[in-house]
Design a protein around this ligand. Structure first.
Ligand code: NAD
Ligand code: 6OD
Length: 486
């Protein structure tokens, strides 16, 4: 898979611009150079923020919600027209399969624009008639928050960037976005589409770069930003929170997870098995919702472990364009080193390695990529580091459990609280348990099934605030109450 772009540039005030240093964009499939990427220094980030500030007062600032929405639909149309270019860009940067890029990443990127354009047009505001005899009418209006800084990760690059960008624009804001240094390509293509759709100059600005002491830090520390929306690691979220504290900027954070899947003996066995395969190994486990902790009711534990082992060993691990490929590489050699360090740690912590535990050797150019074996462990104590720290790789630990309250306590005993999946044929149990899980998202007999109007986010170290539907509209709006004495 080749992409055409050889130098990826910033997009500021409606123009592509290169300045300063560059860094390399390396393929995780075979280690080849995909592109060189411009790295924004503080002055470049400053120019982007100033362009966004100016654009708030330009034609964008006087357009109606319907006009904004119409332009966002044009962006979606433009993405559809260049669909395969987006697929190629995402596949090249991440090594994921063509099939996943087509059905998840790019399809969702388009859906994000259409959904938030339509939601903004139909959003309601509050109205309260006084009930205490004070003869007053209170109503709320929405205003744009201003200039929004978006800092996004590499694991679902276009999906997660547009999940923030679309509602921010639908609410009338202007934006400076910094995609992950690992995945700069689809965001650069998006800048072309946004320009060609006729969104006024300065409304969307893109700066490339790294995090600390680079574009990410310069953006989060910039005084001209009104809010920061961030998806990434919990410790990066904490750094950004400190950076914005003095300026009292509002933040929306979607952070890490150590998610659990719970399988009861009364579940549809094959559906649960297929579900746990997906939730543990989709995109090589590099989705924040993936389950690294699997708890299986003791009566079916041995059968489940052996069936998951068999399925895992049958996975097709290959190039992204091979039909039927199940898993590709990790995002980078650096991330592979991190995942492999947990593979070694698990053995030191006493794990039984059911399958996997190392790298893959192909005897071809993939050996210069970042592939690892999908891995299953059993036998770790609940407080093992491999069961408490996010690994973000194709790995899960399976533990037996005996009853509901015990497994709830074990799952909830975590610093994270993003998502969990419960597999059971007992509907009453499903409702009862779902409400007791300390997470923001519970799936029952499914995993990562999305309705974009629903609240999305985590508790504890997994996030702050909720995205999705009206929750996104609320974050990207300044809500003003107007009280009229009648
Ligand atoms: P990361 O935190 O390393 O990087 C995310 C972004 O932050 C990148 O653009 C990076 O350049 C930037 N960044 C890094 N340091 C920074 C700093 N000091 N100041 C400002 N910006 C900085 O995360 P990642 O490795 O790209 O993504 C994987 C992580 O993201 C995992 O922990 C995963 O669970 C999490 N994630 C969470 C969700 C969710 O919805 N909860 C979704 C996707 C990913
Ligand atoms: O589907 C989404 O809207 C979403 N925010 C997914 C996040 C996945 C984490 O990797």
């Amino acid at each position: 898979m080749g992409i055409q772009v050889t130098e990826l540039r910033h997009f500021i005030a409606g123009e592509f611009t290169s300045a300063g240093k560059t860094f390399d964009n390396i393929s995780p499939v075979d280690g080849r150079l995909l592109a060189t990427v411009c790295e924004a220094d503080a002055a470049t980030v400053d120019a982007a923020v100033k362009a966004a500030r100016v654009a708030l007062k330009g034609p964008w600032g006087s357009m109606s919600v319907q006009q904004h929405a119409a332009l966002l639909h044009k962006v979606a149309d433009g993405m559809e027209a260049r669909f395969e270019e987006f697929v190629a860009a995402e596949v090249a940067d991440t090594g994921r399969s063509l099939q996943q890029a087509r059905t998840l990443d790019i399809a969702r990127g388009i859906a994000n624009f259409r959904t938030f354009a339509d939601l903004a047009k139909t959003a309601s505001t509050d109205l309260f008639q006084s009930t205490d005899g004070s003869a007053a009418l209170n109503y709320t209006i929405r205003k744009p928050k201003g200039v929004v800084g978006i800092i996004s990760p590499w694991n679902l690059p276009l999906l997660l960037l547009t999940w923030k960008l679309a509602p921010a624009l639908a609410c009338g804001n202007t934006v400076v976005a910094k995609p992950s240094e690992e995945t700069p390509s689809s965001a650069t293509l998006l800048a072309e589409v946004i320009r060609d759709a006729g969104i006024p100059a300065g409304v969307f600005n893109l700066v490339h770069g790294l995090g600390a002491n680079s574009a990410g830090e310069f953006l989060s520390k910039h005084d001209g930003i009104d809010a920061i929306t961030f998806t990434g690691e919990s410790k990066t979220g904490s750094t950004i929170m400190k950076a914005v504290a003095d300026g009292m900027k509002e933040v929306s954070f979607e952070l890490g997870g150590k998610n659990a899947a719970l399988v009861f003996a009364d579940a549809d066995f094959d559906a649960a098995l297929a579900g746990v395969m997906r939730s543990s190994f989709t995109h090589a486990g590099q989705i924040c919702l993936c389950s690294e902790r699997v708890y299986v009711e003791r009566a079916i534990f041995a059968r489940f472990v052996s069936a998951l082992k068999e399925k895992t060993e049958g996975m097709k691990i290959d190039y992204p364009d091979v039909p039927g490929v199940d898993m590709g590489p990790l995002i980078s050699r650096a991330h592979r080193d991190k995942v492999l360090s947990y593979y070694r740690l698990a053995e030191q912590e006493g794990a039984t390695v059911v399958t996997g535990g190392g790298i893959l050797v192909f005897g071809d150019r993939r050996d210069a990529g970042a592939y690892v074996q999908p891995t299953i462990w059993t036998g770790l104590p609940d407080d093992a580091r491999c069961l408490t720290e996010e690994i973000f790789g194709p790995v899960c630990h399976i533990a037996p459990f005996d009853d509901e309250q015990e497994v709830i306590a074990r799952v909830n005993h975590s610093d994270y609280g993003l998502a969990c999946a419960i597999w059971t044929g007992n509907l009453a149990r499903a409702h009862r348990m779902a409400a007791q899980m300390e997470v923001g998202l519970v799936w029952v007999n499914t995993w990562y099934l999305r309705d974009l109007r629903t609240p999305f986010g985590g508790v504890k170290r997994s996030g702050l605030g909720r995205e999705g539907g009206r929750h996104s509209l609320d974050f990207y709006s300044e809500i003003v109450n107007i009280c009229i004495k009648l």
